[in-house]
Design a protein. Structure first.
Length: 398
């Protein structure tokens, strides 16, 4: 039985003044309910008590009846209930050790959003009307929804640049596994070139942040001169900085979407390196360039699109010496600084491009995992320097 993938289709819209005011109130109420429920569950936990979603829902009903929080009843109740469900999910992830303890939402730093289920919106003939609103949203339909698609969930958000977006979650029958192929590719990420493929192809690094660095620095200087507080001038300057950041992020995301879609469509198996980007950005010399390259976002896109289209992504152990291992004879070079971009193997004399050689080694290691299930962390001492077996600590007999 074929199952359709659920996809979120995100569009920009332009609300009227009344709609913007209503949505802003809803965002504030969602944040307030989330924080109050989190505080209640934290206090209960200190008393060694457990509070679940049903109990926080009962608390929400009681809060609406108080004079101080009566304004919670002026907005749609569905986004408030969804906020409690999101909090329940956050606690479930925390107890399963998949995430840290939930944090309170701040007005200036948290994402302004509200989620509506099917009972709180009406979608007819391409017109979306939310609860508590008389008129439909003025949406810019930049791409069509799947034929006959009916949104199950609608999420409205406003970014730091002041732009409004609506995300419609729909089943997309157009997404289905592609025909299987025998092609495989190793992918080495870098800074000089964003990607180097085992086929020899190199994809240039667009360096989106560098292109707008001068404009961004000027806007940040202007922001720093504004008096701190909630003044109009500071708000305008802060929004100007946010717009530049949004422009950089949009262009970066667009390039990554095009690259990952192309790679997934052309290859059955894609081999990447399991990099710890969070640790790598602690290097002050490379942090800006690594963040601009967005290696983690590239991997995330590659993985979920491979799941959609029936492809396989293999992540090779981060300690695998892909750059120092000769892809021709398997000799392991003792030392190779980052400044070395080409090198010659002392055993076979092959001249290697550093990134191209790494991509070939990643591909070979990934295929070893795919075929025989071997590990990809090599032995420390082997005659030829290459091994697909993972080292295990021998058990000591009692």
């Amino acid at each position: 039985m074929a199952t359709h993938v659920k996809r979120a289709f995100k569009y920009r819209f332009y609300p009227t003044d009344a709609q913007a005011a209503e949505l802003s109130r809803t965002f504030g109420c969602v944040r307030k309910v989330y924080n109050m429920a989190l505080a209640a569950r934290t206090e209960a936990w200190a008393r060694q008590e457990r509070v679940n979603y049903n109990q926080t829902s009962a608390l929400l009903t009681a809060w609406k009846k108080t004079e101080e929080l009566a304004y919670l009843g002026e907005v749609s109740s569905v986004p408030l209930q969804q906020a409690l469900r999101h909090l329940q999910t956050a606690f479930a992830n925390f107890f399963a050790k998949r995430a840290k303890y939930p944090r309170f939402k701040a007005k200036k730093t948290s994402r302004a959003s509200a989620e509506y289920t099917s009972s709180a919106f009406r979608f007819r003939d391409g017109r979306l009307t939310l609860a508590k609103m008389a008129d439909p949203l003025d949406i810019v339909w930049s791409r069509p929804l799947p034929d006959g698609a009916t949104p199950s969930t609608v999420t409205v958000s406003r970014d730091s640049a002041g732009r409004w977006f609506v995300s419609l979650l729909c089943e997309d029958p157009r997404v289905m596994p592609l025909a299987a192929t025998d092609t495989a590719v190793g992918i080495d990420v870098g800074l000089d070139h964003l990607l180097t493929l085992s086929t020899g192809e190199k994809i240039a690094n667009p360096r989106h942040e560098r292109r707008d660095r001068e404009r961004l620095a000027k806007a940040q200087r202007e922001l720093s001169r504004k008096a701190r507080g909630d003044g109009a001038n500071r708000r305008k300057a802060r929004q100007k900085v946010a717009k530049i950041h949004a422009r950089i992020a949009d262009r970066r995301r667009d390039v990554l979407h095009k690259l990952t879609t192309r790679l997934v469509r052309e290859n059955q198996t894609l081999v990447i390196e399991d990099l710890t980007v969070r640790t790598m950005v602690k290097n002050r010399s490379l942090a800006r360039a690594i963040s601009d390259a967005a290696w983690a976002e590239f991997r995330s896109m590659l993985e979920y699109k491979s799941g959609w289209y029936g492809r396989e992504v293999i992540a090779v152990d981060r300690f695998f010496p892909s750059s120092k291992l000769c892809s021709t004879c398997g000799t392991l070079q003792p030392v190779m600084p980052l400044s070395v971009r080409t090198w010659t193997c002392v055993s076979c004399g092959t001249v290697h491009d550093r990134d191209g050689n790494a991509a070939k080694n990643l591909l070979a290691a990934g295929l070893a995992v795919s075929v025989c299930g071997a590990g990809v962390r090599p032995q420390r001492r082997t005659p030829d320097g290459q091994s697909a077996m993972k080292q295990k600590t021998p058990r000591r007999e009692p």
